[in-house]
Design a protein around this ligand. Structure first.
Ligand code: ATP
Length: 292
């Protein structure tokens, strides 16, 4: 549905996006994840034709997005939720967009309802909160019910209820065969939404896969009633250990090995799980601490 290859952009002598390429299949939600300044927005702008790449190209359903006769029917785009006229009402804004896109104006009310903005439909956008503007931007992207959604930080500024609603919406879109690409710099925002995560650091894709496979570490967290015996058993078994939060020991071995060693030593366990890497750890490992 969306193919990008070799996307490259240089600003003021600095490559901010460097040879970015990927292919997105229908029925999937992909998160584009990276620290501030990593190159996410620039990549999304190149995909949607707002920024011209120095090299490379992106196509949506086989041609450049802007080469479609009516691009808004191919992809719904949210790039800057603040870029709306503050003097218009939410409904007025979406009705005008509906007219431009050639969809019935009642669709504006449908998407306002979907995003929980029905009660605020007649209020001026200038009086909307950040979260409401964000929802309005998502509503706009959904106006034509396009097969592809490209959303830059859609969850930014939303309250927990709003986050849940947007997650459900995006998952629903994918389950009906749609394709979703959303960017975020907060891993926890995307972990329940995305099937696949593309991690970008310093303008390059540094990891690509299901989130669970990216955050899996080779360390285990283990706890027993008798922590002293547990520590001794692990050390005797050749497993390096370190103290960990919440009364656990961090063992430098996969759970299978920790389980074997403690079972052989006859130490009953109260808990054993794989250590999950935090966002900071993941970025640090993948981008060599390149956070801007
Ligand atoms: N028009 C521009 N002119 C000069 N530099 C730019 C321009 N647009 C982006 N940059 C720079 O390119 C780099 C990547 O910016 P980009 O907005 O793509 O990052 P991002 O990953 O979306 O970050 P954030 O999470 O902060 O939005 C940054 O260093 C930014 O300052």
């Amino acid at each position: 549905m969306l193919t990008a290859w070799g996307l490259t952009k240089t600003y003021e002598g600095r490559r901010v996006v460097d040879q970015v390429g990927f292919e997105l299949q229908p029925g999937t939600v992909t998160a584009f994840l990276g620290p501030n300044g990593a190159g996410k927005s620039t990549t999304l702008r190149m995909i949607t034709g707002l920024t011209r790449p120095d090299h490379g190209q992106a196509t949506v359903a086989g041609r450049p997005f802007t080469a479609w006769p009516n691009p808004s029917h191919v992809a719904g785009v949210l790039l800057d939720a603040a870029a709306v006229h503050p003097g218009r009402s939410g409904r007025g804004h979406l009705r005008m967009a509906a007219t431009l896109a050639g969809v019935p104006s009642r669709r504006a009310d449908e998407v306002l309802e979907m995003l929980g903005l029905a009660d605020a439909a007649t209020r001026k956008i200038g009086k909307y909160s950040l979260g409401m503007r964000q929802r309005l931007g998502i509503a706009h992207a959904l106006l034509t019910n396009p097969p592809l959604l490209v959303l830059d930080e859609p969850i930014n500024g939303l309250d927990p209820e709003g986050i849940r609603a947007v997650r459900t919406l995006l998952r629903g879109h994918a389950s009906r065969g749609g394709t979703v690409l959303l960017s975020s710099h907060v891993l926890s925002e995307v972990d329940q939404t995305a099937d696949r995560v593309l991690v970008i650091g310093n303008g390059r894709i540094v990891a690509d896969g299901p989130l669970a496979s990216l955050t899996t570490s080779s360390r285990s967290l283990v706890r027993a009633k008798d922590m002293q015996r547990l520590a001794e058993a692990l050390q005797r078994g050749g497993v390096a250990i370190q103290p960990a939060p919440d009364g656990f020991i961090a063992a430098h071995a996969p759970v299978e090995r920790v389980s074997d060693v403690t079972f052989a030593a006859g130490v009953p366990l109260l808990g054993l799980r794989e250590e999950q890497m935090s966002l900071e750890d993941l970025f640090f490992r993948l981008t060599s601490g390149s956070r801007a």
